[in-house]
Design a protein around this ligand. Structure first.
Ligand SMILES: *Cc1c(COP(=O)(O)O)cnc(C)c1O
Length: 380
């Protein structure tokens, strides 16, 4: 018997392969690609996506914690993994055992890795994280040269990389230019001292699109790998030239259809009141599946290939849509929350716009309750 899904996501491996190929073409063969797979590969499923990206020739993976690094090593041993965030003191031993490359923001952290590396008889490939303006992690530009020179002396550590992260590259030219300038000056000073890093990397997805001057030897795209162009005023290239497409589609079902009269109020708080006779469908998705409640009375879904507006508050497991203009809707029909149907498309960025957030949060917010189904070939 076919299992009935109330809510599910389909992930198209073909799209991921093509997106990675397009990024590779854009940055050229001399630049490595670190694909960012934190947060369950942006909600797409880490194990499957890691397998697919290994086959498709990613060079390095970027993760946010050691559980993600371990999951990748179970898919393919020895694949280079950079921990983008900081390692907690009690995680250092495990990070060294796993062979994860740590991002080093200070000397104390570097010394802990050195001690663990020596103790375990292993070498740690460290990346120096430089704070050029995001203000989250990283050594300040002023202190970076000194840190690098100190780290260079530590046993068990090898300087494999240096990187920084843009704060608003998708929208701000001058802040980005200053960040890039400070990083460049630091690299030059270090070069004069004979310090050369195999992996020098700055560009996230938005910068891959609008800062080709800061590619260095590696780029770090996340969102773009999954086929979504980051929102922002600087992403000025005509959309047709960015040849990526969303890998993930998000579906639910029509559970119930009813006719309502003028004056009828819908869902908690009665925030929607019918002005005319309407036909309304109750869908089997709610905020507990990861569809944002903030899109209540604003968002749209696709039913029968047509747009249907969300009416009333989105609830935990269900939401209501206006299908007055969509003929023949009946229980059991599929509805598209993110994806295409006929000539229409709803993107994660559309849903983000309706709920005052960003597409990253929409994708990573799709919950455990939503099975991910893979199409377009085997991953591993
Ligand atoms: C998440 C992350 C990225 C990827 O960002 P996108 O905007 O999704 O491309 C790159 N670098 C660092 C340090 C990150 O934390």
């Amino acid at each position: 018997m076919k299992r009935a899904y109330r809510c599910w996501a389909e992930v198209d491996f073909g799209a991921l392969r093509e997106n990675l190929a397009w990024i590779r073409e854009r940055v050229g063969p001399g630049v490595k690609i670190l694909t960012v797979v934190k947060a369950d590969a942006y909600g797409h499923g880490l194990r499957e996506i890691a397998g697919l990206l290994m086959q498709s020739g990613t060079d390095v993976f970027g993760v946010a914690n050691l559980a993600e690094a371990e999951a990748i090593s179970r898919v393919g041993r020895g694949w280079p993994v950079l921990m983008l965030g900081t390692c907690l003191p009690e995680e250092v031993q495990l990070a060294v055992k796993l062979g994860v490359m740590p991002a080093i923001s200070g000397l104390r952290e570097a010394e802990e890795f050195s001690r663990a590396a020596v103790g375990l008889g292993q070498r740690v490939l460290a990346h120096i994280k430089v704070d050029t303006g995001l203000g989250r992690l990283g050594v300040s530009v002023e202190e970076a040269e000194q840190l690098v020179l100190e780290v260079r002396k530590l046993a068990g550590l090898e300087l494999a990389g240096i990187f920084t992260h843009y704060a608003s590259v998708e929208s701000d030219v001058s802040v980005s230019a200053r960040q890039k300038g400070d990083f460049e000056t630091l690299l030059q000073r270090l070069r004069k001292r004979g310090v050369i890093f195999p992996m020098v990397h700055v560009n996230n997805s938005a910068a891959v699109l609008c800062e080709p001057q800061s590619e260095y030897t590696m780029v770090r795209p996340g969102l773009l790998v999954y086929g979504i162009v980051p929102p922002g005023g600087r992403i000025l290239m005509e959309p047709g030239r960015v040849r990526v497409r969303p890998a993930l589609s998000f579906y639910c079902r029509v559970g119930f259809v009813k006719e309502i009269k003028p004056g009828a109020r819908l869902s908690y708080g009665g925030s929607f009141e019918a002005k005319t006779d309407m036909r309304v469908a109750t869908l089997t998705a709610g905020y507990a599946d990861g569809y944002p409640r903030a899109a209540s009375n604003r968002g749209e879904v696709l039913v029968g290939g047509k747009r249907a507006r969300i009416v009333g508050r989105i609830t935990m497991d269900q939401m209501l849509v206006d299908v007055t203009q969509v003929p023949g809707v009946s229980p059991g029909d599929s509805a598209v929350l993110i994806g295409r149907d006929g000539g229409e498309e709803i993107t994660a960025s559309d849903v983000a716009g309706w709920s005052d957030t960003i597409p990253w949060e929409i994708l990573t917010g799709i919950t455990y309750r939503v099975p991910r189904i893979y199409r377009g070939g085997q991953a591993a």
